[in-house]
Write a protein that binds this ligand. Structure first.
Ligand code: SF4
Length: 362
């Protein structure tokens, strides 16, 4: 078994992606079993707490004010509305709520204070709470951490080379800076991307290089298939073949073994068999609910039926804990909950070694 690598190259990742499919699946599934329970998949709910009217120009996004789409804009939701939706999500099996606001960046003031209150409220429901609010300063990341935020999502979307073909209103470095600001707080990092935007295989690999060479690697990586929305510059893009999603998930799993790989947008276009292959290849999270921010998503009952057919169980909240900073913290987090330390599986021993390595480095 190998230590976690932070020096993947684009060429190596392209070679993995292109492996004969059966070999790729076998390797990815082997890594997946070393670090995760292959029969558990986290169910998360994405709530659009402020919809539309965004000043940015992300070419895939129906919420950009400059594109003419059917999206109905909404002001920031109230804390009680968010709480009601979170309770509904929990009752239908979600253990994580991700709140998205169509902002370029977070601005200090009453709206941010309201979001902090939403974070505190969901935290009390014993659910993982995640936000995606645009660019963030170090101080804002710390305030979110104090409110109990578990994860912050800020996708790299694609490779640095292809980024300028997708978005012109901000730079790749702005994305990396926000991720760095999140990393300076105790909040875990969620960052991934979208395939099917006209990028080359090298761009998919380039994005995985950018994510996997972060040290530590993101705790969560969403892999989205573009949902081409009428009125956006990408409205005519061809649907992503399921084989590309399977290969992308498997490659992500191999280069980021500990990460929660999230099978995100585009599931409505995938068969159950296709999704099952993605789970086998290492995806261990889905988003539930009939909408993913603004685009369609399978109904929660359909997902539960799929779980039943595949013998999958929804993963409980906090089952994957944030990366502890020391080996002692890692051990005590289980002991303090009255649980046996879980360093019995080989993957956990590797995780412990990784923490020791980080500790020695700092
Ligand atoms: S993806 Fe986010 S930042 Fe980009 S246009 Fe949509 S809401 Fe705005």
């Amino acid at each position: 078994m190998k230590e976690i690598r932070h020096n993947w190259t684009k060429e190596e990742i392209v070679d993995i992606y292109r492996m004969p499919l059966m070999e790729l699946l076998y390797r990815a599934a082997t890594v997946h079993r070393e670090y995760h329970d292959p029969n558990k998949v986290q169910v998360s709910t994405l709530l659009s707490i402020k919809t539309g009217g965004c000043p940015e120009d992300c070419g895939y996004c129906p919420q950009a004010a400059r594109y003419h789409t059917d999206i109905e804009g909404n002001d920031l939701m109230s804390v009680s509305q968010v709480k009601a939706q979170a309770l509904r999500a929990k009752a239908s099996g979600s253990s994580r709520v991700c709140m998205g606001a169509a902002w370029r960046n977070v601005k200090d003031g009453p709206e941010f204070d309201q979001v902090l209150e939403m974070v505190r409220t969901i935290n009390k429901l014993d659910m993982e709470v995640c936000c995606t609010l645009g660019m963030l300063t170090e101080n804002q990341a710390k305030r979110l951490a104090e409110a109990g935020l578990y994860a912050y999502n800020h996708n790299l979307d694609t490779s640095e080379d292809y980024y300028k073909d997708v978005i012109s209103t901000r730079a790749y470095k702005d994305r990396l800076d926000t991720i760095d600001n999140v990393r300076k707080s105790n909040v875990t990092v969620c960052s991934g991307g979208i395939i099917g935007m006209g990028e080359k295989l090298e761009d998919r690999a380039g994005m995985l290089v950018a994510l996997s060479t972060l040290d530590p690697q993101p705790e969560s990586v969403p892999i989205n298939a573009l949902v081409a929305v009428e009125g956006t510059p990408m409205e005519d893009m061809e649907p992503v073949p399921i084989w590309d999603m399977i290969r992308m998930v498997a490659t992500t799993r191999i280069v980021m073994p500990r990460t929660q790989v999230r099978l995100s947008a585009g599931r409505t276009g995938m068969s159950r068999e296709g999704q099952a292959m993605c789970f086998f290849a290492g995806a261990n999270s889905i988003f539930a609910g009939d909408k993913l921010l603004t685009t369609p998503n399978p109904d929660v009952n359909e997902d539960m039926e799929m779980f039943r057919l595949l013998g999958l169980e929804p993963q409980a909240a906090f089952e994957k804990m944030p990366q502890p900073k020391t080996v002692e913290q890692a051990d005590s987090k289980f002991e303090s909950k009255g649980e046996k330390p879980k360093w019995t599986r080989p993957g956990h021993q590797i995780e412990r070694n990784e923490i020791a390595r980080q500790q020695a480095k700092s």
